[in-house]
Design a binder for this molecule. Structure first.
Ligand SMILES: [Zn+2]
Length: 141
């Protein structure tokens, strides 16, 4: 019998299997000497269920080094209740991107496009104004 754990495909620590067992993933960086614990179920929508524990981040997100970075799954114990700090997803932050462009005809009509109607409200009428670049909302359906 071999004394090393199997590295075969079936015995890979897939994230879906770790999450199904309600396990905890401990990530530790030997350079930063910092450990973070994650619930495997929280990481499934982020990394995908086919991800393998040990290759999730691949390197320390803080210092970027990979040689002392470990990701290890384990079962929670009774001592973890109320003592172990779990890092959980707390929302996404949207970032507005900007691009420089030359001034030209506005892509929407003046002064601002009315909100799209569901057919109950007639389109807005402009008195004596013909739009050079009508928006799809100003055109008669
Ligand atoms: Zn580190």
């Amino acid at each position: 019998m071999p004394k090393t754990p199997s590295s075969g495909f079936y015995h890979q620590p897939f994230l879906w299997r770790i999450a199904g067992a309600r396990m905890i993933i401990r990530c530790y960086c030997g350079w930063c000497r910092r450990a973070q614990h994650y619930l495997a179920m929280d990481l499934v929508p982020i990394f995908g269920s086919d991800a393998v524990v040990g290759q999730l981040w691949g390197c320390c997100p803080r210092c970027g080094k990979a040689d002392r970075w470990t990701e290890q799954e384990r079962l929670p114990t009774g001592d973890d209740v109320g003592n172990l700090v779990i890092r959980r997803p707390a929302g996404l932050k949207a970032v507005q991107l900007w691009a420089d462009d030359f001034y030209g005809p506005a892509p929407y009509g003046p002064p601002w496009p009315p909100p799209p109607t569901m057919g109950s409200v007639p389109p807005r009428q402009y008195e004596g104004l013909t739009l050079a670049n009508p928006s799809p909302w100003d055109q008669d359906a």
